[in-house]
Write a new protein. Structure first.
Length: 85
């Protein structure tokens, strides 16, 4: 992941955090939304790591389109599709 892509994902994370923080009062602090907020905050803390954007399971790059939608992703779609053993 290059510097420009990392910066783009960081902006996406910050925008999604801001949107969630604004929505929480209306949602009654829904547990799922609070969990997503915590995941986004954790992602923001690790975005500068060398392995950011790599699947934790197979270590292949998670596609940028996936990270744009769900920047807190840590597993690629191929690994998610594998049946549990």
């Amino acid at each position: 992941m290059n510097k420009h892509e990392r910066s783009e994902i960081k902006k996406t994370i910050l925008a999604q955090i801001d949107a969630l923080v604004e929505e929480l009062p209306a949602l009654g602090k829904a547990p799922g939304e609070i969990l997503r907020l915590r995941r986004l905050e954790a992602t923001l803390m690790r975005i500068d790591a060398d392995n950011f954007g790599a699947c934790f399971k197979c270590e292949r790059a998670i596609p940028m389109n996936s990270l744009r939608i769900c920047p807190e992703s840590t597993i690629c779609s191929a690994c998610l599709a594998e049946p549990a053993v």
